[in-house]
Design a binder for this molecule. Structure first.
Ligand SMILES: Nc1ncnc2c1ncn2[C@@H]1O[C@H](COP(=O)(O)OP(=O)(O)OP(=O)(O)O)[C@@H](O)[C@H]1O
Ligand SMILES: [Mg+2]
Length: 321
């Protein structure tokens, strides 16, 4: 079975700038696939190419195995949820959701489809409200419903949670993931928030300057980053004599550990209380700053204390480059 969505060597050049550089990936049916990367790395441009708002300079895009470059946006089986959700302020929730269905030939089951998505996003009873009468999370769900009601093969979501405050963001992202599981539509989710990408995605493509650096499950990317960029974009990493070691992999003790584990002498600079754990800022004897995160009960250290830092060789990150 062909992938629902496939990009093959897609590039987009703007005058004097390459926004998307040889991007290739495939997303199967029902996958929550994320594009993660810093501001300006080409995420939105990639979505706009898939949606048909831009044409690639080179490369090909396939939806269900069909090349789509010749199709106008309204003939592509994709729907987009934009960052600012763009609900029509003068239309009720129901009218906003119906809008896309009423633009073409009105389907006979319109009312049933609208009722079903309203139920799905848990806005039952709020159909007659206007956007200004709803919370940020409710507006976000209305925007999702408006795209879902079109029953797209692929739903493109461009930073859909960025307008929400941090607590609501966590809640809505969990709801989004559950919703995606229920509807089984392929979601292409764009974010520059690594925690968000790690927590919701089946797979993530990490982008840097228009290119994909690595594609993998959240676990693979965190535990086996192929490049330094991926290692430092996903979570924190200490660079100790060129090796990458995650803060939670570093053990701290007053005495040199027995055996032949890699170890460094260091001095505690600061102990930061993080509630469930303690973050220790240290400086190794060779001058590298090293952050360790240790369980709260293990951390009876104060600034100025000489310590030994050690870790398991298997916790060192290795890079192809
Ligand atoms: N129409 C355009 N003309 C020229 N340059 C553009 C155009 N659209 C985007 N770019 C440039 O292409 C690069 C990628 O932009 P894009 O919007 O895809 O980034 P992004 O990853 O979505 O960033 P953000 O996280 O800030 O939304 C940027 O350097 C941007 O300035
Ligand atoms: Mg963007």
């Amino acid at each position: 079975m062909p992938a629902v969505l496939e990009l093959r060597n897609v590039s987009k050049h703007f005058p004097g700038h390459t926004a998307v550089d040889q991007v290739s990936f495939e997303a199967p049916r029902g996958e929550l696939f994320s594009l993660l990367g810093p501001s300006g790395c080409g995420k939105t441009t990639t979505l706009r190419l898939i949606a048909g708002f831009e044409s690639p300079t080179t490369g090909e895009i396939f939806l269900n195995g069909e090349p789509v470059q010749t199709l106008p946006p309204y003939r592509r089986n994709v729907s987009t949820v934009f960052q600012n959700y763009a609900l029509f302020p003068h239309l009720t929730v129901r009218a906003n959701i119906e809008f896309g269905l009423r633009r073409g030939k009105v389907p006979p089951d319109l009312a049933a489809r609208v009722a079903q998505v309203i139920e799905l996003v848990r806005l039952s009873g709020k159909e007659s409200r206007y956007p200004h009468q709803m919370s940020g999370g409710e507006k976000q769900r209305a925007a999702l419903a408006r795209s879902l009601v079109l029953a797209p093969g692929v739903l493109l979501l461009d930073e859909p949670l960025s307008a929400l405050d941090p607590n609501l963001r966590k809640q809505v992202r969990a709801e989004l993931q559950q919703l995606q599981r229920r509807v089984g539509i392929t979601f292409l989710f764009v974010t520059h928030d690594q925690e968000e990408a790690l927590s919701v995605s089946d797979r993530i493509a990490v982008m840097n300057s228009g290119r994909i650096e690595q594609i993998g499950s959240p676990r693979e990317l965190y535990l086996q980053p192929r490049t330094r960029f991926v290692a430092s974009f996903l979570g924190e990493v200490n660079w100790i004599d060129g090796f990458g070691v995650r803060p939670e992999s570093i053990r701290v003790s007053r005495h040199r550990p027995e055996g032949s584990l890699p170890t460094r002498e260091a001095t505690i600079l600061r102990a930061n209380f993080l509630g469930n754990r303690i973050q220790l800022e240290t400086r190794s004897a060779s001058g590298d700053p090293v952050i360790a995160e240790v369980p709260r009960l293990d951390a009876a250290f104060s600034s100025g204390d000489p310590v030994h830092l050690w870790w398991r060789p298997s916790d060192e990150l290795r890079f192809a480059e």
